[in-house]
Structure formats: structure tokens, C-alpha cells
Design a protein around this ligand. Structure first.
Ligand SMILES: Nc1ncnc2c1ncn2[C@@H]1O[C@H](COP(=O)(O)OP(=O)(O)OP(=O)(O)O)[C@@H](O)[C@H]1O
Ligand SMILES: [Mg+2]
Length: 273
């Protein structure tokens, strides 16, 4: 009969060494491939999500359907940067505190899903601090309360089309000296604001990704058809087809107004000669 000592593999130095080597090898591979981290957190990224995870672009802009998976993939980018770039400051911004905390919750969920996460130094409702000195911080959507951060390694702006230009202009300088990365993710919200501008005229410095509901394997076509009838064409084109349709306050399009003023339209008063 084997003794308890021989049965206990954790006390076998050779096995311990082999296990350590395997973990180190996995960490080295995962450091270069964030897709592995996503898989370890329990989900298989879509092809476009893999592309986002593996991109080293300094500026990334995602124009993605509702429920397409843009916040999820961004949360893995945040987690990967924190784990594998010690001392990184990662900021999460959205139009409101509630929305940036929502993104932060996704980061926490992904972290909690890891089978063997690296230990945290501290954790609160708005911030995670890792043992390696990295921090992930959820920011309030108010310009006056977020100034003061510097050395930002990664800035993630969720629902970016609804973030004000003033807020965007106030956070961009945080990347100036650090040479950090920025990720903008959103569904469109009219032909206005910095998100529309960066998407259409921001130049070649942006890595652009567009994903409509038809490209998302988790949105069934028959459900989509139903939704189209339910919410109407305008919202459908914006939320699911990712079109920069005219904003609600521009519902009367310039062309339509000009047509309405056409000679065909009879004036209510005046001569009918
Ligand atoms: N690759 C994937 N495999 C399985 N489920 C996924 C994948 N990507 C995202 N999901 C799931 O799809 C749902 C929507 O994801 P997420 O919240 O990231 O989308 P979103 O584009 O940010 O949506 P919204 O526009 O509503 O904020 C979530 O339940 C998420 O867990
Ligand atoms: Mg989202």
C-alpha cells in the first residue's frame, strides 16, 4: 500500500516543478494573446472580437450593434492590460457613472470567472488594484470630477456616441505623455459629435470595426425582424444596422423641408392665379 506521502502529488518536487513550468508557459503565451485570457474567462470570442483583442493599434473605434459584445470584449482588453502590463492605469468612461460602473462590473465578472486569477491588492465598487500595481478605475461621466489622472495606459469609452465632446476633449490629454491606447465603442447616435467625426473623418490612425446585428451569431434573424416592426425603421437602422441616421431633432430632413417648400405646395393664402 502506498504511503500518504507518495499519494500526495503536491509534495512531489518534480511534479511541482512541472506544474510551475506549465503555468509559466501558459502565462507567457497569454501575455502575447489576449484571446487566451477570454477563453480562460469562459467565452469564445467572435472573429471580430479576436481581432480587437489581438490589435496593438493605439486608437480603436468600434461601431457595433446593440448586444453585439463590444463591452464584453473591451472588458477583456482592460483585464489583459492590467494583468500583463504591471503598473498600468486603465480608465473606464461612459456618459454616466451608472454606465461606467456597468462596464466595470463586466471586468469584475471576467476576473471572477478566471480559474486562477492573480491576487488583488484592493477592490472597491469603482476600482480594482492588482498585486502588480495596475489599476482599473471606473470614472464618473462628469468633466470636472475626472481631471487629474495621468500616465493612462488604456482609456475605454463605452457608449461613446453619447459622451459629450467636452468630456472627450478633457480626457484625451491623459494619453498625451503616456502614449497610451484609446478604445471608443458605441452604437451610432446621429451625424454629430466626436464619435461620428472620428469614425468618418478621423483618418488612418484609427483601427475601425463595424459589426451589425446581421453579423452577430447570437441575434436570431426572426427576432430581429420582429424588433424592426416593434421599434420602427429609424431606431432599427441606428441600433442594429449601425447607421448614422439623422438625429431625432433632425427627423425632418433638410431635403424634405426644401421639397415641402416646392412650387407644388399651394400656399394657404395668397393668389391662385
Ligand atoms: N463571444 C461571445 N460569446 C458568447 N456570449 C457573448 C460573446 N460576446 C458577448 N456575449 C454576450 O452577449 C451579451 C451582450 O454583450 P455586451 O453587453 O458586451 O454587448 P454590447 O454590445 O455592449 O451591448 P449594449 O449595446 O446593449 O451595451 C452579453 O450577455 C455577453 O455576455
Ligand atoms: Mg455595452
Amino acid at each position: 500500500m502506498l504511503s500518504e506521502k507518495h499519494n500526495d502529488s503536491s509534495r512531489n518536487p518534480l511534479l511541482m516543478q512541472a506544474a510551475r513550468r506549465l503555468i509559466e508557459q501558459r502565462q507567457t503565451e497569454e501575455a502575447h494573446d489576449p484571446v487566451m485570457l477570454a477563453r480562460r474567462a469562459g467565452f469564445e470570442p467572435d472573429a471580430w472580437q479576436q481581432d480587437i483583442l489581438r490589435s496593438s493599434a493605439r486608437q480603436t473605434i468600434m461601431l457595433v450593434t446593440r448586444q453585439g459584445g463590444k463591452s464584453t470584449v473591451s472588458s477583456i482588453r482592460a483585464l489583459h492590460k492590467a494583468e500583463y502590463a504591471p503598473g498600468s492605469l486603465i480608465l473606464l468612461l461612459a456618459p454616466s457613472y451608472r454606465q461606467s460602473k456597468e462596464l466595470f462590473r463586466k471586468v469584475k465578472d471576467a476576473y471572477a470567472a478566471l480559474p486562477s486569477p492573480s491576487p488583488l491588492a484592493s477592490e472597491s465598487a469603482l476600482e480594482m488594484e492588482f498585486g502588480n500595481g495596475s489599476r482599473i478605475v471606473a470614472l464618473p461621466g462628469k468633466e470636472e470630477t475626472i481631471r487629474g489622472f495621468s500616465g493612462v495606459a488604456l482609456l475605454i469609452v463605452d457608449e461613446a456616441a453619447r459622451v459629450s465632446d467636452a468630456l472627450y476633449q478633457s480626457v484625451r490629454p491623459m494619453l498625451a505623455v503616456s502614449g497610451g491606447q484609446i478604445i471608443l465603442l458605441s452604437t451610432p447616435f446621429g451625424k454629430r459629435g466626436f464619435f461620428h467625426h472620428e469614425w468618418t473623418e478621423g483618418g488612418a490612425l484609427w483601427h475601425r470595426t463595424k459589426v451589425t446585428a446581421h453579423d452577430c451569431p447570437r441575434i436570431p434573424p426572426d427576432w430581429l425582424e420582429q424588433e424592426r416592426k416593434q421599434i420602427g425603421e429609424w431606431w432599427y437602422r441606428q441600433e442594429y444596422l449601425c447607421e448614422f441616421v439623422e438625429t431625432v431633432d433632425q427627423v425632418f430632413r433638410y431635403d424634405d423641408i426644401m421639397r415641402a417648400l416646392d412650387a407644388d405646395v399651394q400656399p394657404l393664402f395668397g393668389s391662385h392665379s
